[in-house]
Design a protein around this ligand. Structure first.
Ligand code: AP5
Length: 214
């Protein structure tokens, strides 16, 4: 099963994709995480990515398409994948169709996570991640069971993203509405679009997605 999650920054794409990776034996492919890995490597390319990401705009299509194409070609994706943060433009959606067609694969579900923009700033500025295993948390909405200790690996170190500040979030929301929202019409025409209420509580969103994905 191959799935795409679409939604503005903070909609819960990463939160739900992490859960489905654990429960449905499919691979989470997050272009944001891939870009952040390149930034963390300290490479020249990573420095270019960081500048774009900190401004809240999108990395050029050709760079992203080549990055995801080589990732989808790896063996672990054969069991199925859930795309989180890709495609984000119509050229990316078309390139994805082409690369899947060449491998005789297809997208089974595109799930739009509908949310209110105003709530996203609070969600994003409260987000933090385990520095060791990458599990996601929130100051208010998703706290670890023991304060300051990761539920998954017991690490006590956490990080926050440089682009999770109110100014950059507003640019990211603008980029979503201008450049990403048009792909919803593209997938609607293909008959693979589904919608969930991303404003519901995290567990409720998972239930809505379970009803779609089985
Ligand atoms: P990326 O890393 O993809 O960020 P994003 O799309 O802005 O999405 P986020 O990760 O911020 O949000 P999310 O929907 O995953 O929310 P989460 O589950 O964490 O991209 C970053 C940058 O990389 C982009 O700006 C761009 O520059 C570049 N980039 C990436 N892909 C690209 C591409 N394809 N093309 C070009 N450029 C690209 O949830 C947020 C918080 O809310 C968490 O703390 C969570 O606990 C909480 N939460 C989640 N769901 C709920 C809920 N239902 N109720 C309450 N709280 C909730």
């Amino acid at each position: 099963m191959n799935v795409i999650l679409v939604g503005p920054p903070g909609a819960g794409k990463g939160t739900q994709a992490q859960r489905f990776q654990e429960t449905h034996s499919i691979i989470q492919l997050s272009t944001g995480d891939m870009l952040r890995e390149e930034v963390a490597s300290g490479s020249e390319l990573g420095k270019q990515f960081k500048e774009v990401m900190d401004s809240g705009t999108l990395v050029p299509d050709d760079m992203i398409i080549s990055m995801i194409s080589s990732r989808i070609g790896k063996d672990d994706c054969k069991i199925g994948f859930i795309l989180d943060g890709f495609p984000r433009t119509t050229p990316q959606a078309k390139a994805l169709d082409q690369m899947l067609g060449e491998k005789e694969l297809k997208i089974d579900h595109v799930i739009e996570m509908k949310v209110d923009d105003d709530a996203m700033v609070k969600r994003i500025t409260g987000r933090y991640t385990c520095a060791q295993c990458g599990a996601g948390y929130h100051d208010e909405f998703q706290q670890p069971e023991r304060e300051g200790v990761c539920d998954h690996c017991e690490s006590k170190e956490f990080t926050r993203r440089d682009d999770d500040n109110p100014e950059t979030v507003r640019s990211r929301l603008q980029a979503y509405h201008d450049q990403t929202a048009p792909i919803l019409g593209y997938y609607n025409k293909k008959g693979v679009m589904e919608t969930v209420d991303g404003m519901a509580a995290i567990d409720d969103v998972t239930e809505q997605m379970n009803a779609i994905l089985g």
